[in-house]
Design a protein around this ligand. Sequence first.
Ligand code: SAM
Length: 137
Amino acid sequence: MSSSSLPLSYGEAGYCDARYVEEGGASYGWYQRYAALRPFVRRLVPPASRLLMIGCGSVLMSEDMVADGYMEIINIDISLVLIEMMRKKYFDLPQLQYMQMDVRDMSKFSEESFDCAIVKGVSFFMLQWLSNKYLDY
Ligand SMILES: C[S@@+](CC[C@H](N)C(=O)[O-])C[C@H]1O[C@@H](n2cnc3c(N)ncnc32)[C@H](O)[C@@H]1O
């Protein structure tokens, strides 16, 4: 039996969907906001880049990046509930696309689809998933 205090479903689509239904689509950004990350992002990522935002959540970072001149950001998240909310919210921002996708299977994208991928606040989900799958302590 796992000693983890987190539910085994943590990091699975159902768990994430339930969280977003509860939050009702309110914007929330984990850790740093774009304003704090901007100096690094602007230095490393030209605005014309094709960007992949992995585990986008309801974060404002993609919107802020468009306001800062970025032109193509594909946002993926495992939660379909979240993706539908974001599609409605940003229907008039063609620079942002939202797709429901599990980062563990991105085979829908061909090689070299993106110039850059941003992953913010998702590694904890992945570590939990790996420990659920492989560790029994
Ligand atoms: C802690 S939130 C971070 C959200 C956002 N990146 C931020 O910085 O605020 C983690 C996000 O990763 C998503 N997620 C969890 N597991 C995922 C997976 N296997 N594939 C894609 N997204 C996943 C969750 O639905 C959630 O929106």
